[in-house]
Design a protein around this ligand. Structure first.
Ligand code: ATP
Ligand code: MG
Length: 255
């Protein structure tokens, strides 16, 4: 873990005053001008912040006219930085206090989002999909209220079968989320290790592939994109992560 990331998480902890299980329902976006700035983002390394801004602007221009803005983050292989990018982008988007953001942890093979926010992972999307809990029971409102987070949860007997992601319940969930939030960002497991990820991708409005620079081979990336296409997912771009050392650098490309 780099120093940068330790600093980010420290800032996260000191900035989290009202996290936890606050919001119990989907809400319409709030447009409050007097909400406090996200203290968390004040701790961001300047290069990292700039890279996030570039990504954010690219996503905005791609999705601007879309009625539904559900974006899935995935990668070909594990550990390329999906969760890191999805979490920080969500925080940045929420920090402008104009858009209501939902971040959902569908990386059910290695759920991590609850750790970033220091919230419980007892009940999450898997529990909702298994019919164990209500929609309102899985929403965590973070800080000033523009960011809601749904963790992965554990589901019934740890079941993470593809059928859950294919289910009508998942489709209805995504539809409702899209109606109630300006952006829905979904973190997932890497596509070549988790067949449920491609299935989920076909239900989203756009897929961003995170690629760790200098690690993932072109052939492997191609296989991941083919897997997305095969299920009917819409690939909207890629992020080149960790371009050099600890300085995160994002390059957004249309392909
Ligand atoms: N740009 C970056 N600079 C420095 N460290 C990074 C960067 N991006 C990710 N990391 C670190 O790399 C590790 C893997 O990142 P992360 O958990 O986001 O990957 P992932 O693709 O979500 O992994 P998984 O496939 O297991 O879900 C973490 O320790 C994270 O802090
Ligand atoms: Mg992850």
């Amino acid at each position: 873990m780099s120093k940068i990331f330790d600093a980010l998480r420290k800032a996260e902890r000191s900035g989290r005053k009202q996290g936890g299980q606050g919001n119990k329902r989907f809400r319409s976006p709030k447009k409050s001008a007097d909400m406090k700035k996200d203290i968390f983002l004040q701790g961001l390394d300047e290069d990292f912040r700039r890279s996030l801004l570039t990504l954010r602007n690219s996503v905005d221009s791609e999705m601007r006219d879309k009625g539904s803005r559900v974006i899935m983050f995935t990668s070909a292989l594990p550990g390329e930085g999906k969760t890191t990018i999805a979490v920080f982008l969500a925080r940045m988007m929420a920090a402008n206090e104009m858009e209501k953001i939902l971040l959902v942890d569908c990386a059910v093979r290695n759920p991590q989002i609850h750790r970033f926010f220091g919230i419980s992972n007892k009940k999450g999307i898997l529990d909702y999909l298994s019919g164990e809990v209500k929609l309102s029971d899985i929403i965590n409102t973070i800080d000033e209220g523009m960011l809601d987070v749904v963790t992965a949860g554990v589901g019934r007997d740890g079941n993470i079968s593809q059928s859950l992601f294919r289910s009508d319940r998942m489709e209805a969930y995504i539809g409702e989320a899209a109606e109630n939030y300006d952006y829905v960002l979904i973190d997932t497991s890497s596509i070549l290790n988790a067949p449920e990820t491609s299935i989920l991708g076909s239900r989203t409005d756009g897929i961003i592939l995170v690629v760790q620079a200098g690690r993932t081979k072109r052939e492997v990336i191609k296989r991941a994109v083919m897997s997305i296409n095969k299920q009917g997912g819409k690939f909207i771009g890629s992020v080149l992560n960790r371009k050099k050392y600890y300085i995160p650098e994002f390059i957004y490309k249309r392909v």
